[in-house]
Design a protein around this ligand. Structure first.
Ligand code: ZN
Ligand code: ZN
Length: 166
């Protein structure tokens, strides 16, 4: 699969106020904690870039898939998200994304990354009732009950307290 296009020619906006549109598809590589975008799933990006007086406006619609590993049971889930983002930039000022609007091509990969990263959790849980792995045999407790005595789920900050049997 092609890589997602992230550089866009905005030279026509330099000449006069105008709106240009792009509709691009491809793979965009992001990994964060137990999350990862998928090599075989297209990310769809609809983009509108406008120049109006002293500002540039960017409207972005992003449709993307990624997989997340549950931090309790380690099962993989596939997640699809559609997010929209509207940004405006002063033409003569620097911006947090370090997009250089004085060049003919702008690179929007920092913005695309942010939209996707906002949906990726550092500790993804597949469902609130997820029972996690058995601390004795390592089996997924959502699938089988191995009959080992159950301790509290590992990542709870209070698990060491509850073992004291107060
Ligand atoms: Zn789980
Ligand atoms: Zn067990």
């Amino acid at each position: 699969m092609n890589k997602l296009q992230t550089q866009f020619d905005v030279s026509s906006l330099m000449v006069s106020d105008n709106t240009i549109q792009f509709d691009v598809h491809g793979f965009f590589d992001i990994k964060y904690a137990g999350n990862k975008t998928l090599k075989d799933k297209t990310i769809n990006l609809k983009l509108e870039i406008s120049s109006l007086y002293e500002k540039f406006w960017i409207i972005m619609d992003l449709d993307f898939d990624f997989k997340s590993e549950c931090s309790r049971c380690l099962e993989t889930s596939y997640i699809n998200k559609q997010n929209s983002l509207k940004l405006d930039f002063y033409k003569n000022q620097e911006n947090d994304y370090e997009i250089d609007f004085s060049s003919e091509k702008i690179d929007l990969s920092p913005v695309i990354s942010e939209v996707i990263l906002n949906e990726m959790k550092i500790q993804y849980i597949c469902k609130s009732s997820c029972k996690g792995l058995c601390s004795d045999c390592g089996k997924n407790q959502n699938l089988i009950d191995c009959k080992h005595p159950k301790k509290n789920i590992k990542e709870s900050p209070f698990s060491s307290l509850s073992e004291l049997d107060l």
